[in-house]
Design a binder for this molecule. Structure first.
Ligand code: ING
Length: 303
């Protein structure tokens, strides 16, 4: 057994007016609760320092860039890293990244893994951006991630940490089987994911009423079909008039739900994750080397 106590720090709404300092205070509270429960690693949501701003059409680039971090940690986010290191807890957190590369200002929807000493172990940039680049007429809430972010350029890496192999992704990525498979082919034993999932994505009720089901289905299928743990943390609740689902959860390689949030506010869930659990699945039903036939899968990468 290689047991790790993992927590998901679900966060309730972050208002447009909320300062990063106030948000970080809530995150530190969740870390302290995690310490009390013996948690060794905490998953925070996607875009965890600000409100989910892609719900709005924002024309002024300066106003857009207000939601981005130019350094990580920066002065306002450093207290989170300090508290985590003081408590000896590692964490995943998502944020809007403004990176200057080759003189170009580049905007990514990013997540990082930070170890228990406060050092950044790895970075991921969201590859599957949902929604649109232009506002959809007639919608009060938009979904403009394709307007504000570029697709990630770092692939789906995995890292040795927590005594095992961990990967990460962000929100919409969790709906695409390729996401988990690419990490599982690299040996991932646990995948961390943060999300902001409004319950009116299409405005078609028969679709939107299944938002929670589709969220659970995506995580449980991804975990089982790739024999990996999945630990997912929501930014939830009614945020600036937009209702976002909670249902943060930790899913075992069996596809079973080990624990699930029962509120749509700040809530810590935790579970003992045996990173060895996937091994039996990978020796039997999902022994990739013995059972997969990549020669027949070409269409997946050709189109
Ligand atoms: N949000 C949502 C997600 O993929 C969405 C978009 C909402 C898709 C509801 C389908 C249904 O979970 C982000 N940020 O990707």
């Amino acid at each position: 057994h290689r047991n790790v106590i993992v927590g998901c720090a679900q966060m309730g709404p972050i208002a447009k007016a909320d300062t990063r300092a106030r948000v970080v205070k809530r995150q530190v509270e969740l870390l302290r609760e995690a310490k009390g429960r013996g948690v060794e690693f905490v998953v925070f949501p996607e875009l965890a320092f600000t409100t989910f701003f892609p719900r709005w059409l924002i024309e002024d680039q300066t106003e857009i860039d207000f939601y981005f971090e130019t350094e990580m940690p920066g002065p306002e986010t450093q207290p989170l890293f300090e508290a985590a290191a003081e408590l000896g807890i590692g964490f995943y957190i998502g944020y809007a990244e403004l990176a200057v590369e080759d003189g170009l200002r580049r905007h990514f929807n990013t997540s990082i893994i930070v170890d228990r000493t406060g050092a950044i172990v790895g970075k991921y940039r969201k590859i599957h951006l949902p929604g649109h680049a232009e506002p959809v007429p007639g919608r009060d809430a938009q979904h403009l991630e394709k307007r504000y972010f570029e697709p990630g350029n770092l692939g789906f890496p995995v890292w040795r940490t927590l005594g095992g192999i961990a990967g990460m992704c962000i929100c919409n990525d969790r709906r695409w089987p390729e996401t988990y498979r690419v990490m599982a082919l690299q040996g991932a034993e646990i995948v961390f994911v943060g999300y902001n999932t409004p319950d009116d994505h299409t405005g078609v009720f028969d679709f939107d009423q299944l938002t929670g089901f589709h969220h659970q289905l995506s995580l449980q299928a991804g975990a089982y079909q790739n024999a990996t743990w999945v630990a997912a943390a929501a930014k939830a609740g009614n945020e600036e008039g937009s209702n976002m689902i909670g249902l943060s959860m930790i899913v075992a390689p069996s596809g079973q739900i080990a624990t699930m949030a029962t509120t749509t506010g700040d809530e810590l869930i935790s579970a003992r994750c045996d990173l060895e659990m996937g091994a039996l699945y990978k020796r039997t039903i999902f022994d990739f080397a013995r059972h997969r036939e990549p020669a027949h899968y070409g269409l997946i990468v050709e189109r």
